[in-house]
Design a protein around this ligand. Structure first.
Ligand code: RRO
Length: 310
C-alpha cells in the first residue's frame, strides 16, 4: 500500500520525510536523504551568511528523545542556492528549503532567492529556540503578521509555509490562526522542538549541553503529545485551507498514524533520523502502510483527520 500524499499540490511518494535539522546541512547529508525512501528532502534552515552555530557539546540523545542548541549552523544562502540544481538532478522528490533571518530584513531576501530557485516548497522557520538573545518569532504575533505581510507581498506562486513553535494554550492557537487566515499560507509545520528545556546529569552535576547554560530544544518522544495537540488544533481551525505537517516524537508507523488521525498531511522526523539514520524513512513508511492495510484504510486521505471523539 502506498502512503503517497501531497502538500499544496506537490506530490510526495511517502508520508514521511526529514525535519530540518543537524543531518541535513551539507550536500553529502542531503544526498543521503535524496537517495533514501524519504518523501521529500528538507534542507537545514538557512541564513544569509554561513554560520558555525553554538559551542559544543550542543546536541545530546537521551532515552526519550534529544536536546539541542545547535544555534543554526548552516552553509549560508549562496551555498544552498548553488546546490539546488545538483540536488534537483539527483532526485525527483520535492525539495523543501527552510530559512530564517537573523534580522527581519533578511527574510524577504532569503524568501525571494528560494522563490526564484527550483525548490518545490519554502518553509519559513519562525521557531528556532536556540539563537542567543533572539526570541522565537512565532511567539510574537505582531512580528509574525508583519513578516507574513512582507513575504507574501513578494508574489510568485511557490508554496510557502511556516514552521511553528509549540503553543500550549487555546488562546494562542486562536490568535495565531486568526493571523494565518489572512495570508495564502500553503502549509504549517507543527512543531519545532520545545524550546529552552533543561536536562542535567546528576553524576557530573552538569547540563548535557553547553550553550545558554544548558537550555535547549527538546525533541523526540517527550514532545509527541504537544505536537499531536498542535496538529489537531490547527487542523481543526485551518485544515480546509492549508496543509498541516506533523513533527515531534515520531519513531514508528504507529506514531505517524496518530498524526494522520489528527489531520497531518505528512510528517517529518528529526530525532529518530539522527539516531537511526536514513533507514528510518523506509521502516516507518512500511509500518504505517501495514497499519492502514490492517485497519482497512485505502490510502492516506481515507484516514486523515479521522480521530474519533469519546
Ligand atoms: O539550529 C538549531 O539550533 C535549531 C533550529 Br534552527 C530549529 O529550528 N530548531 C531546533 O531545535 N534547533
Amino acid at each position: 500500500m502506498s502512503t503517497k500524499t501531497q502538500i499544496a499540490g506537490v506530490e510526495l511518494h511517502s508520508y514521511i520525510f526529514n525535519a530540518s535539522g543537524p543531518k541535513d546541512v551539507t550536500f553529502d547529508e542531503l544526498t543521503i536523504i535524496a537517495d533514501s525512501h524519504a518523501g521529500g528532502v528538507v534542507i537545514k534552515t538557512c541564513t544569509l551568511e554561513p554560520r558555525e552555530g553554538n559551542e559544543e557539546p550542543r546536541y545530546c540523545d537521551v532515552p526519550l528523545g534529544s536536546i539541542n542548541s545547535m544555534g543554526l549552523p548552516n552553509l549560508g544562502l549562496k551555498a544552498y542556492i548553488d546546490m539546488v540544481p545538483t540536488l534537483r538532478a539527483r532526485t525527483k522528490k520535492p525539495i523543501i528549503a527552510s530559512l530564517a533571518g537573523m534580522k527581519p530584513d533578511d527574510f524577504p531576501v532569503l524568501t525571494k532567492a528560494f522563490i526564484d530557485s527550483d525548490v518545490d516548497l519554502i518553509e519559513l522557520n519562525f521557531s528556532c529556540p536556540n539563537l542567543k538573545g533572539k526570541p522565537q518569532i512565532g511567539y510574537d504575533f505582531e512580528m509574525t503578521e508583519q513578516l507574513l505581510k512582507d513575504l507574501f507581498a513578494l508574489g510568485g506562486t511557490k508554496p510557502i509555509g511556516i514552521k511553528l513553535p509549540p503553543y500550549f494554550d487555546p488562546a494562542h492557537w486562536d490568535a495565531a490562526a486568526a493571523i494565518f487566515k489572512k495570508f495564502p499560507i500553503a502549509f504549517l509545520t507543527c512543531i519545532n522542538s520545545v524550546g529552552n528545556t533543561l536536562i542535567i546529569d546528576a553524576d557530573t552535576e552538569t547540563p548535557l549541553i553547553k550553550p545558554k547554560g544548558g537550555f535547549g530544544g527538546l525533541g523526540g518522544e517527550y514532545i509527541k503529545p504537544v505536537a499531536l495537540a498542535n496538529v489537531r488544533a490547527f487542523s481543526q481551525m485551518l485544515g480546509d485551507r492549508m496543509a498541516i505537517i506533523g513533527v515531534g516524537g515520531i519513531k514508528t508507523g504507529r506514531d505517524a498514524f496518530e498524526f494522520l488521525l489528527c489531520g497531518a498531511d505528512a510528517v517529518q522526523v528529526g530525532t529518530i533520523f539522527m539516531q537511526e539514520g536514513a533507514g528510518c524513512f523506509e521502516r516507518i513508511d512500511r509500518e504505517l502502510a501495514e497499519i492502514l492495510k490492517k485497519k482497512g484504510y485505502k490510502n492516506i486521505a481515507a484516514a486523515k483527520g479521522k480521530l474519533k471523539i469519546l
